[in-house]
Design a protein. Structure first.
Length: 206
């Protein structure tokens, strides 16, 4: 792809680094931005710079936040005895949109995947185990996507907390096997949370 401007080429290159965006799509986006008022483009640039430089991760659940303790963890109306384990913030948003869960979350930041070189030490698992051993948590809900990596991560955590006085459950399989949580519709996901099943039962089913 030939460019008449180095500035244009650089902008297209950077945007094309985003997932799911090729150079042709990036070019369309850049040309669209050039047609917009300058202040609109400046606002976008400022928002991205602020996001990268000021964003925090909740010191308790590792959710993305503007402050040290996210709004969910800081809410006294949430049940701190129930913790839902998810992969990332998109899953938190998906479950929150159902309005069916009033506990807290723990964001792992990914799933165990030996093929991609991701092990337990690369995820927020140690802090979860520490919380489990504190005695505050009474139930852990496994809400990772029903993929091989998700099941492997669930089982690893389950073995780490085995023997503690914590009940474990997993979301009901209203979410199809292999589906990512963020793409499930709110009704299906909500029912999966409400109708969660003991984790030991899911092991037998597999």
């Amino acid at each position: 792809m030939d460019f008449s401007s180095k500035l244009l080429e650089n902008a297209v290159y950077e945007i094309s680094q985003l997932p799911g965006i090729g150079k042709r799509t990036a070019l369309r986006l850049v040309l669209h931005l050039l047609k917009q008022p300058e202040n609109q483009t400046n606002s976008l640039a400022t928002a991205l710079v602020s996001l990268r430089s000021q964003i925090k991760f909740c010191k308790s659940c590792h959710n993305i936040s503007d402050v040290d303790l996210c709004e969910i963890c800081a809410n006294p109306k949430r049940d701190e005895n129930i913790v839902c384990i998810v992969e990332d913030i998109r899953d938190v948003m998906a479950i929150e949109n159902t309005g069916q869960f009033r506990g807290l979350y723990h964001v792992l930041g990914g799933k165990i995947s030996p093929m991609e070189g991701i092990g337990p030490q690369d995820l927020n698992i140690s802090s979860l185990i520490a919380k489990a051993k504190s005695g505050i948590i009474k139930e852990i809900i496994f809400a990772l996507s029903s993929t091989m990596e998700g099941d492997t991560t669930n089982f690893y955590i389950y073995k780490q907390i085995e023997g503690l006085e914590i009940s474990t459950s997993t979301i009901a399989r209203g979410v199809a096997v292999g589906d990512e949580l963020e793409y499930a519709d709110e009704v299906t996901l909500g029912r999966s949370i409400i109708n969660r099943i003991p984790f030991e039962g899911s092991l037998k089913a597999n």
